[in-house]
Design a protein around this ligand. Structure first.
Ligand SMILES: *[C@@H]1O[C@H](CO)[C@@H](O)[C@H](O)[C@H]1NC(C)=O
Ligand SMILES: *[C@@H]1O[C@H](CO)[C@@H](O)[C@H](O)[C@H]1NC(C)=O
Ligand SMILES: *[C@@H]1O[C@H](CO)[C@@H](O)[C@H](O)[C@H]1NC(C)=O
Ligand SMILES: *[C@@H]1O[C@H](CO)[C@@H](O)[C@H](O)[C@H]1NC(C)=O
Ligand SMILES: *[C@@H]1O[C@H](CO)[C@@H](O)[C@H](O)[C@H]1NC(C)=O
Ligand SMILES: *[C@@H]1O[C@H](CO)[C@@H](O)[C@H](O)[C@H]1NC(C)=O
Ligand SMILES: *[C@@H]1O[C@H](CO)[C@@H](O)[C@H](O)[C@H]1NC(C)=O
Ligand SMILES: *[C@@H]1O[C@H](CO)[C@@H](O)[C@H](O)[C@H]1NC(C)=O
Ligand SMILES: [Zn+2]
Length: 480
């Protein structure tokens, strides 16, 4: 059967505005011109309330900060990290010039230098533990992360994390002596965490930001798992984690190039949620609204703009095939986490012994890194982290009332006691749209009823600060 439906997006704009303003929706059947139209677009269904969503724009402070991310410093950091010969997790930790121990000490000392500008807000620690024998660990080894923590000035209990991994590898994952430059995988991500700690040390973020260089990634995500479990065990409220892994080049193995796009991998339903919640999520069509995907949408809203010069390509999956990353450790700890990775990869430059074979250069060499691109990815991270940090926290206990057979939507949530909270906004989009398309301010209240059928769209609720910054949206579940 052919569905014949009116889609607002197909109407002349003036008529559409009139519809919204008059709030008198005509009977769709009466004005249907009879042509089949695709309603899977952002403008369906027509609404009596709200306005088209206006993405949060970077303010002057954020623009200034973003412009400080320096490709030359990124280059110098990657060059220095490559100079340690190998940073394999099992490599020497006592040689002052070669191996992961020297790299760890250099990263910590650089970050401590940056912390000098922070008037005590930023501290640098090197938490670690001994990892015993395991499949990729033939002998017990110390796994150390380097973590710069900038304590929030207003809501320090609200925490955001960014990481890159400073360990690396060659073809044989157990080969810890051969030269392994790891310029892209993942000196690039480590350089972003370091450069952002330099820029942020001079600022006073409202919330706490932790910038980590983690180890043991190639052996089984050991460093990030230790990081995430430490936070989880201390019941720390991590409201977002950004993993930067392979963010140094935009040229793929067929020469395809896109230096203005970064991929953001975002998992669907969390594996940590209970079976009851998972079943309910499926029942209500919430598969696409995991906290990780709301975080990815948030990043696209605040960081794909002229201040960063980047597009964000959200990918609805945990990671690339045959690959894993440190965001998984945070997802497993129950935290929203996404992975940034370059748009086109060249696998000849990852996890490879340095060599020329049949005329092709293999190896993760610095000559394949694009420092301007890496700096722009740093800007995307900075805009995301800063916007998260300045916004109120995620709205809690958001529920949708599904007990009435009607064409309205009743949403409720817990009103926060944050004194800098201006109020709340309900956002929505058609079920087939990927990003939020509409918004309506509802004030500082804990519930609202909108004349919009709950059956037709996906809702989210977000908090608005007096400074104008808005939180990522929270997807509502039925109250019972
Ligand atoms: C930080 O500042 C102190 C005192 O101003 C100085 O002694 C120290 O060398 C600085 N550290 C770094 C790493 O720059
Ligand atoms: C770890 O494995 C090595 C052999 O690779 C063995 O000598 C050592 O005893 C093992 N250590 C532990 C704690 O099992
Ligand atoms: C977290 O707590 C669990 C359970 O007590 C414990 O087994 C684990 O070692 C802890 N992990 C860290 C990193 O503190
Ligand atoms: C969910 O159900 C599966 C299969 O019945 C079971 O293996 C798993 O432990 C359950 N998970 C939770 C969190 O209850
Ligand atoms: C190089 O060529 C040889 C001979 O054709 C082939 O066996 C080998 O697999 C090639 N190496 C790579 C990495 O493609
Ligand atoms: C959310 O609901 C739970 C369960 O009813 C409650 O324990 C918790 O305090 C509520 N959270 C907030 C922020 O109101
Ligand atoms: C606000 O609520 C949080 C969590 O419920 C609580 O820890 C904090 O003390 C409250 N702050 C104020 C100013 O009431
Ligand atoms: C809705 O919020 C109002 C205050 O804004 C409150 O009086 C009312 O009890 C709330 N209703 C529900 C169902 O939570
Ligand atoms: Zn990696």
């Amino acid at each position: 059967m052919l569905l014949r439906t009116l889609c607002l997006g197909q109407l002349p704009l003036a008529f559409a505005n009139e519809l919204l303003l008059s709030r008198e929706l005509p009977d769709p059947i009466a004005i249907n011109n009879g042509d089949y139209t695709d309603c899977a677009n952002a403008a369906w269904p027509p609404s009596e309330v709200g306005v088209e969503l206006v993405p949060q724009a970077p303010d002057d402070e954020l623009r200034a900060m973003v412009s400080e991310v320096d490709p030359k410093r990124i280059e110098a950091i990657i060059e220095k990290l490559v100079s340690f010969g190998t940073r394999h997790t099992l490599s020497t930790q006592t040689d002052p010039n070669r191996g992961i121990g020297a790299a760890r000490d250099w990263i910590a000392s650089e970050m401590r230098g940056y912390a000098n500008a922070s008037e005590g807000r930023m501290t640098v620690t090197v938490p670690g533990y001994i990892q015993g024998n395991a499949s990729r660990i033939p002998f017990p080894v110390k796994i150390s992360n380097v973590v710069a923590t900038i304590k929030g000035s207003v809501t320090p209990e609200k925490v955001y994390v960014i990481t890159g991994h400073y360990d690396n590898r060659v073809t044989d994952v157990l080969d810890y002596t051969s030269d392994a430059p790891g310029a892209n995988d993942d000196a690039s991500g480590t350089a972003i965490a370091m450069e952002l700690s330099r820029v942020l040390a001079k600022r006073k973020p409202r919330s706490t930001i932790m910038l980590g260089a983690v180890a043991g990634e190639e052996q089984n995500l050991y460093g990030s798992n230790f990081f995430a479990q430490t936070l989880k065990n201390a019941s720390v409220n991590v409201e977002g984690m950004l993993n930067n892994d392979i963010v140094g080049s935009s040229t793929g193995d067929r020469g395809q190039r896109d230096p203005y796009t970064i991929r953001a991998f975002a998992q669907g339903p969390p594996l940590t949620e209970s079976n009851v919640t998972a079943a309910r999520r499926l029942q209500i069509g919430g598969e696409n609204d995991s906290p990780a995907r709301e975080l990815a949408r948030f990043s696209a809203e605040v960081a794909a703009n002229d201040a960063t010069g980047m597009n964000i390509a959200i990918i609805y999956r945990l990671d690339r095939f045959l690959r894993g990353g440190d965001h998984s450790s945070f997802l497993q700890a129950g935290y929203p986490a996404i992975r940034f990775t370059e748009p086109n990869e060249n696998f000849n430059h990852q996890h490879q012994d340095i060599r020329v074979e049949n005329g092709t250069q293999y190896g993760d060499l610095i000559e394949f890194v694009d420092f301007d691109f890496t700096a722009r990815v740093g800007k995307v991270n900075l805009a995301t982290l800063w916007s998260l940090s300045e916004a109120p926290g995620l709205v809690r206990n958001v529920t949708i009332d599904t007990t009435a057979l009607d064409n309205n939507c009743r949403l409720s949530w817990a009103v926060s006691n944050d004194s800098d909270l201006e109020g709340y906004e309900v956002v929505w989009r058609s079920t087939t749209a990927s990003l939020w398309t509409y918004q309506v301010e509802v004030g500082k209240v804990g519930n609202v009823t909108l004349p919009l059928s709950k059956d037709n769209v996906i809702f989210g609720v977000r908090a608005v600060g007096k400074n104008g910054y808005k939180s990522p949206a929270t997807y509502p579940f039925p109250a019972v």
